[in-house]
Design a protein around this ligand. Structure first.
Ligand code: ZN
Length: 137
């Protein structure tokens, strides 16, 4: 079964920490060991895992992406959000995280971020948690 996490972005470019919401979804499923798939069904957003303690890191990542992919350039896409589509492709729209002892197997400083590149919008993130199956002996 797929669970959806609703995300409300408030800026055009924004990283939103969704670690706790994903952890809640795992708890609801009651799975102690398995795999958690995180999937963003949007063309102008993404998902990344990076530093969660010092929020200046995510600001630096956003700034670096915007230097690399400016809002205005010689784009063919006429909707005015070509930069957001390109950022989505570079950052990616899915992640896989192991689940052990009922918890996301993340490093001490890691957090899972929904990456908004064309906000503000209502978004959703699909989460699928697959229980590990013991091999028959
Ligand atoms: Zn577009």
């Amino acid at each position: 079964m797929v669970k959806y996490i609703n995300v409300r972005s408030r800026a055009r470019n924004e990283f939103i920490d969704i670690t706790d919401k994903i952890q809640e979804a795992i708890k609801d499923e009651g799975i102690t060991s398995g795999i958690c798939y995180i999937y963003v069904p949007h063309t102008t957003a993404g998902v990344t895992i990076n530093e969660g303690a010092d929020t200046s890191v995510q600001r630096d990542i956003q700034a670096a992406l915007s230097r690399l992919i400016p809002f205005e350039a010689d784009y063919s896409h006429r909707e005015g959000n070509a930069d957001a589509h390109i950022k989505s492709t570079l950052v990616g729209i899915s992640k896989i995280v192991f689940v052990e002892d009922g918890k996301l197997l993340l490093g001490t400083w890691q957090a899972i971020y929904f990456c908004e590149f064309d906000g503000p919008r209502h978004r959703r993130v699909a989460v699928k948690i697959v229980k590990a199956v013991k091999a028959a002996s």
